[in-house]
Design a protein around this ligand. Sequence first.
Ligand code: PEP
Length: 248
Amino acid sequence: MRRKLVIGNWKMNGNRAANTALLSGIVAGLNDFGADCAVCVPAPYLAQCQAELAGAPVAWGGQDVSIHADGAYTGEVSAAMLRDFGATYVLCGHSERRAYHHESNELVAQKAVVALAAGLTPVVCVGESLAQREAGQTEDVICGQLQAVLDALPADDVAKIILAYEPVWAIGTGRTATPHIAQDAHRFLRNCVANKNAAAAATVQILYGGSMKPENAKELMAQPDIDGGLIGGAALKSTDFLGIIQAV
Ligand code: PEP
């Protein structure tokens, strides 16, 4: 039985006062909803999460990680630094990183490898653009993105990653994948994982991301291969974020 997991991706939003209000709103409203929850925050706010979420049932993580351990890489944040501030998770290959920072499938795979080596759980994001979907390339694209990661990992480590299926056309657009479209992609990804490690395919968590809100979360989360959500816009308001966790 896979546990459900809801992760908020704050992207480049927040300030200390707003973060305190958001985090305390989440902690105050959390009940035993039967799902794990986490927030992936801009690097400067990791310390704030460490201080303000101590002892709370909310984990935190980064939004990106360097493939380098340390050295002359101005602006980058290492996996060890994320761990130093208590991070559990790190997003790898979010579509905004792939689009604006030209991250290749191979680079994303390396990020997953260094994250695991440092004791972080990489949340590997995959997803097709609208043009790719309309050209019938969805499976080729997401399989290619996933396969680079599977190729970079020893079979035993496959169960340690989390996948997020985030169709690019659904991110921040208000246009959510139907439960049927999302389920098809999730089942396809799980089958790809099975080709590398059948046991891992049964346990690996695959989150859906793309304009998930309290109103559409329940039907998405009810799909057999959807194990939770990666939430952008709706993670910035505690009532919306809690509404999604509650929908589990
Ligand atoms: C995201 O950024 O990962 C995301 C899913 O964004 P949104 O929920 O705003 O579509």
